[in-house]
Design a protein around this ligand. Structure first.
Ligand code: ATP
Length: 765
């Protein structure tokens, strides 16, 4: 029988939140796939030194690691590994431990080292034989080394991937800090210069700037074309703001390639000479807090799914396979050639060095360039350069429908900013279709009114819905009335932000076009709901915020469950008849089981899970401190709710362990939206208005025949697409259950089960 494969994982370079989740996923997936799992402690240092720094890992060793920040297996910068003798020692330790597959989670340096190691491997093995360390027979099974990279870095600085493990946690930390700073800046009418990490990458700065609505962002890849000092002096407070926030990446440069320091910016803003701005300016260097803390949901998810994929990749690799790393494209996890990404990253650094900023930007992924553009659109609203000719300018109504979701305000703000920059007239319809329908002209603050940019500009980080939202559908409000109002206000297009009700609203409006010609205007929906149940998109605004809240809640409950040791918490999750939130939260907290409406709950399922819990608690004689969580969607079953499931478990446990239910309820809608929801809101909202803009005014005839005149914008795999509502209505929607027919995330449920060793259970009929 062939020896079991031995798969080792290490973390290297700077630590980043999510690395532990990656290690957990690799260890458990390797075990599930019949391999022995190893951890190499202290990065390449451990590989070179060997001994106790290379340890076999068992299932229980990584329990509770999902929520831990940093890296529990340590990391180090290892000088020896830069040289061949160091790598030879590494090879010796690998062969001595029988390790034939290596997964490295680190930044571009670590991955460069990994690629070099793999390239040299055959000659290193030859040298080990020549030196007499091993015989030819001993090395025969190790003639080929498989390596796969996972990108762990808060900087998001590797070309070829939209995100690196840890970048979303760092972004979350920065947004949280800037949100705090904003309040004090505004109170004292001060300016703040906030320096963020990122080294040669401006990703954190651009996204933090977009998410917080910062006035100025300075990054390495794209310096201001003109003198940044001049520009900063010009744009400052032209709109009468009470605060100024400048975000500067630690590697920021001017167009001459000179480094820009926070002190320089402060000196400029606080200059009291005759033409100076004379602002009371403070510098905040966020420093290492950006690296710290528990990883956010997105990093846990990325790390887990990528860790699983890395094990598959490393086991599938053959001597002919190019070394790959696991990347993210929008919503899709993909394998990509490692060396190309490393080369492009190095080329990027050189392009910045040689002031070839166009090339530098090309070498960043599409999402980065898009985000940068979005940031500029939402900050330079009053610049006249991009305005359309008067006859192409549109009057665009904006409306929120359904429950509030994090990012709705950021989306409205971005859409308004884009409209202003193009010369369109954005108009707010307050309180959904209900507000629209009950609107009276005699009310000075009626339901339909223009936006005031100064007010809207402060909405970037706000939760809830500033223009108000309502669940009522147009047919409930009266379709004729709605059609008349659209005509009365001469809307050329409608931009909707909301959940399933918003989707239903567009469907109703579209169907009523034959009857009411005023509805023959383009309309597009940006999904915003914590349930992620809008057909046409794998993501909706607010879902990331909700998952972060839910994951934080579960972490706290888990701590309590761990403290009392033998306790299972059954947590009820929102999400309507869509199990997305339950499954994704389950992935991020390591749930023992998840119950979802798509599958339902049966007695035999509960029986299997209760038996599994009994086995787990029997085997665990109190040494494991981690509590157990079961997540159940609010509509998973008409009978078995969280309370009943907890009671069943308690009854069946016969005092060997305990069980409690817990319902976080509306808390999961969150307060301030997550940085990711805010950034995606901005990007997607701008694309929506651009889509509407492509129809122009008086597009009635085209609208009647063009299916793209009523659309949903969505992330589907690695693409952002506009899907026709007609088509989605007819073929993609499970109307009775108010969700898409196909649940794109269903396979994630299998990962949750696999990583918690949930036994196979009889599926409900
Ligand atoms: P971060 O982005 O957080 O700094 P990184 O992986 O880029 O992470 P580095 O310090 O560049 O961090 O690299 C980590 C380790 O990887 C180094 O200490 C060294 O051991 C190894 N390494 C880096 N570059 C090479 C190289 N060119 N050849 C061999 N080993 C390398």
């Amino acid at each position: 029988m062939a020896p079991r494969k031995k798969v080792a994982v290490m973390t290297s370079g700077g630590d980043s939140p999510g690395m532990n989740a990656a290690v957990r996923a690799v260890v458990r997936t390797a075990i599930n796939m019949g391999c022995d799992a190893y951890c190499i402690y202290e990065g390449y240092e451990g590989l070179v030194r060997g001994g106790d720094l290379i340890r076999q890992m068992h299932w229980e060793d990584v329990r509770g690691w999902l929520s831990e920040g940093g890296t529990l297996i340590g990391t180090a910068r290892c000088k020896a590994f830069y040289q061949r003798p160091g790598r030879l020692l590494g090879a010796k330790n690998m062969v001595a431990n029988g390790i034939d597959a290596l997964i490295i989670c680190g930044g571009d340096g670590s991955l460069t080292g990994a690629d070099k190691f793999r390239q040299e491997w055959p000659s290193l093995v030859d040298e080990l034989v020549a030196n007499g360390d091993f015989t030819e027979d001993q090395v025969t099974p190790y003639r080929h080394l498989n390596i796969v990279g996972l990108v762990g870095s808060i900087d998001n600085d590797l070309s070829g991937t939209d995100a690196t493990i840890g970048c979303y946690s760092a972004l979350a930390r920065i947004c949280e800090m800037v949100d705090y700073i904003e309040a004090t800046a505004s109170s004292h009418s001060r300016a703040f210069v906030v320096e963020v990490m990122g080294r040669a990458s401006g990703w954190l700065a651009v996204n933090a700037g977009t998410a917080t609505g910062a006035d100025f962002v300075l990054i390495p890849e794209r310096p201001e074309e003109h003198d940044w000092k001049e520009k900063m002096s010009l744009v400052h407070r032209e709109m009468g703001k009470r605060k100024t926030i400048v975000i500067v990446a630690e590697g920021a440069r001017d167009k001459e390639g000179q480094k820009i320091t926070p002190t320089e910016i402060k000196d400029l803003l606080s200059d009291t000479s005759e033409n100076g701005l004379a602002l009371d300016t403070r510098i905040t260097t966020l420093g290492h807090v950006q690296r710290g803390g528990s990883p956010v949901h997105m990093d846990r998810m990325l790390a887990t799914l990528q860790g699983v994929e890395a094990v598959k990749a490393v086991l599938e690799a053959t001597p002919g396979t190019e070394t790959c790393f696991i990347a993210l494209e929008e919503n899709k996890i993909v394998r990509k050639p490692l060396i190309r990404a490393v080369q492009e990253t190095q080329e990027l650094a050189k392009a910045v060095e040689s002031k070839d900023f166009t090339r530098a930007l090309q070498l960043r992924d599409r999402e980065f360039a898009d985000s940068l553009k979005s940031y500029h659109i939402t900050t330079n609203v009053t610049v006249d350069d991009d305005k359309l000719p008067t006859d192409k300018r549109m009057r665009i109504g904006m409306i929120n429908v359904g429950a509030p979701a994090g990012g709705m305000n950021a989306a409205v703000r971005a859409a308004v900013a884009y409209c202003i920059s193009r010369g369109h007239e954005p108009v707010a319809i307050h309180n959904g279709f209900a507000g629209f329908a009950r609107h009276h002209d005699d009310k000075p603050l009626g339901a339909v009114r223009p936006f005031n940019w100064l007010e809207v500009d402060s909405w970037a980080s706000k939760g809830g819905s500033e223009i108000g939202t309502n669940r009522e559908l147009p047919e409930e409000s009266g379709m004729e009335l709605i059609a008349n109002l659209i005509e009365k206000y001469q809307f050329d297009a409608l931009f909707l932000i909301g959940g399933f009700e918003a989707f239903h609203s567009v469907a109703q409006l579209r169907r009523a076009r034959d009857q009411f010609p005023s509805l023959c205007i383009p309309m597009t929906l940006l999904p915003a709901t914590i349930s992620v149940n809008v057909p046409g998109s794998e993501y909706s605004l607010g879902s990331d915020t909700c998952l972060n809240e839910l994951v934080g809640y579960c972490d706290k409950i888990k701590q309590s469950a761990s403290a009392t040791r033998r306790r299972v918490f059954v947590i009820e999750c929102q999400g309507g008849r869509c199990g997305y939130t339950t499954v994704l939260a389950g992935l991020s907290v390591g749930a023992s089981a998840v119950y979802i409406p798509e599958e339902g709950i049966s007695l035999s399922m509960l029986h299997a899970d209760v038996n599994h819990l009994k086995e787990v608690f029997n085997a665990d004689k109190g040494q494991s401190r981690a509590g157990r969580l079961i997540l159940v969607n609010e509509k998973a079953s008409k009978v078995y709710d969280a309370k009943l499931i907890a009671s069943i478990i308690r009854e069946e446990a016969h005092d060997r362990f305990e069980s409690r239910e817990s319902v976080p309820g509306h808390v999961v809608q969150g307060n301030n939206p997550s940085g990711m929801d805010r950034c995606r809101a901005v990007r997607l909202a701008i694309k929506c208005i651009q889509h509407l803009e492509s129809f122009g005014r008086n597009a009635h005839n085209r609208v009647k025949t063009d299916p793209s005149s009523a659309t949903v914008i969505g992330i589907q795999g690695s693409e952002i697409v506009f899907s026709s509502v007609k088509q989605l209505e007819e073929t993609g929607t499970d109307w009775p259950n108010r969700r898409p027919k196909v649940a794109h995330w269903l396979e994630v449920r299998d990962v949750v089960d696999a990583l918690s060793a949930r036994p196979a259970y009889p599926k409900p009929e």
